[in-house]
Write a protein that binds this ligand. Structure first.
Ligand SMILES: *Cc1c(COP(=O)(O)O)cnc(C)c1O
Length: 404
């Protein structure tokens, strides 16, 4: 690990980029990133000067139509994707479906979609729905995360995995699993929801065929921000978009009655993109211009190691749910407690924001762009007090809200 002093990233400067509510310790940037200070002005300007003044001409004059590609390239740089291989739009759930439908069509003779029980349920639900719609004997095979490699064989059409487990933070070995998939003739789809902006990712070097992710977690685009999809440059022209919307057409404004896929990654566009959210993402991405991803990774591991050491020394009632080896984690850490939900509510009442994932995991995102030692030590101090005094043990904290 490099020495602190040698880091190129100024984490005090990146912290100043964000609006962080006074008195709050925000450890949930893995679910919804905080507001970059530049975003409200950008949204206002977009609404007033572009939407307000240009109206429909904004699609050309303000470059709206090109934005899903242009901003896609900016996201691409964070995940090791070459320019022109990433496009933005829709939500992650839709992008999962799109990638999977295309991959299955490229392996028509194979029957198995291989995923794991650590995957985010929405990804599995989409696969299940697609299997039912296609009705051609496909099987969604869900195995334990540790057993994925053993189940990659010649029956597998595609591997569909989320690199970082949303609950425990356990990280798959993307290059190794992808290599094995390719060796067996399968395609690999990677969901980078908890990877993009969390640590260096190399989709091209790692050989992913498809990669998808959202931008409202570590990329701070705001609630409902656009998702992204990457298709490996070598296969893009073989991909038939199952969601064949007009903006993925070769010539949307020819208004032809037949569909012809657009050139390159543009074919993965579907319909009219949410431009205000796209503008928010564009402004939010400015912070990365001054971030060295290796610095970010080193700092994240350092902070989580500190978090684990402090919790284990001071809070014997909880147990670590995440890998102890920092290189095998994403940028989040989970701790188990039988009453984890109530304990998390007590933390939130004190202004320490993490979240809870059933059945018993308290989850904390550690995002070095705006989190440092003071926040980690503060959070552990509150947790220790809550556990020592049983402050969590009240009906108010035990009652589940709709969003946990
Ligand atoms: C956050 C997350 C989603 C959410 O998808 P949306 O369409 O944005 O609601 C899906 N999959 C994974 C792996 C996630 O972490």
């Amino acid at each position: 690990m490099r020495l602190w002093a040698l880091r190129m990233t100024d984490f005090e400067a990146t912290r100043r980029f964000f609006h962080l509510p006074k008195g709050m310790i925000y450890l949930d940037g893995n679910s919804l990133g905080p507001l970059p200070k530049s975003v409200p002005a950008r949204l206002e300007a977009m609404a007033r000067d572009e939407w307000g003044e240009m109206l429909i001409t904004g699609w050309n004059r303000a470059g709206w139509m090109a934005m899903p590609r242009r901003v896609g390239d900016r996201v691409g740089r964070l995940i090791g994707a070459p320019d022109g291989s990433v496009v933005l739009g829709d939500t992650l759930t839709i992008k999962v479906y799109q990638a999977l439908a295309s991959a299955l069509e490229m392996r028509p003779e194979r029957r198995v979609i291989l995923s794991d029980s650590g995957n985010f349920p929405s990804d599995l639900y989409m696969a299940d729905g697609l299997v039912k719609s296609l009705d051609r004997g496909l099987e969604l095979k869900i195995v334990a995360p540790k057993e994925v490699a053993d189940h990659i064989d010649e029956t597998v059409a595609c591997l569909m995995l989320t690199e970082v487990d949303y609950r425990t933070g356990r990280r798959h070995d993307m290059p190794a699993l992808t290599t094995k998939a390719h060796k067996m003739g399968a395609l690999a789809i990677w969901d980078l929801a908890h990877s993009a902006g969390a640590f260096p990712v190399d989709v091209l070097g790692g050989g992913a065929d498809f990669a998808v992710g959202c931008t409202y977690k570590y990329l701070n685009s705001g609630p409902g921000g656009p998702a992204f999809i990457y298709v490996a440059p070598g296969i893009t022209e073989d991909v038939r978009p199952a969601l064949s919307g007009w903006l993925g057409h070769e010539a949307p404004f020819a208004f032809d009655l037949d569909y012809r896929a657009g050139a390159g990654i543009d074919r993965m566009r579907v319909g009219t993109p949410a431009m205000l959210q796209m503008a928010a993402l564009d402004a939010a991405l400015d912070v990365w211009d001054n971030v060295d991803m290796d610095d970010l990774r080193a700092r994240s591991i350092e902070l989580i190691d500190l978090f684990i050491a402090e919790v284990e020394a001071r809070c014997p009632a909880v147990t670590l749910a995440s890998p102890r080896d920092g290189t095998k984690r994403g940028s989040q850490v989970g701790f188990r407690h039988p009453e984890g939900y109530a304990v998390m509510q007590a933390l939130i009442a004190r202004g320490v924001i993490g979240d809870f994932r059933a059945p018993d995991i308290m989850r904390f995102g550690v995002t070095p762009l705006y989190i440092g030692e003071a926040e980690i030590l503060g959070a552990v101090g509150h947790l220790e007090e809550i556990l020592n005094t049983n402050e969590w043990d009240t009906p108010v904290f035990r009652t589940r809200a709709a969003v946990t």
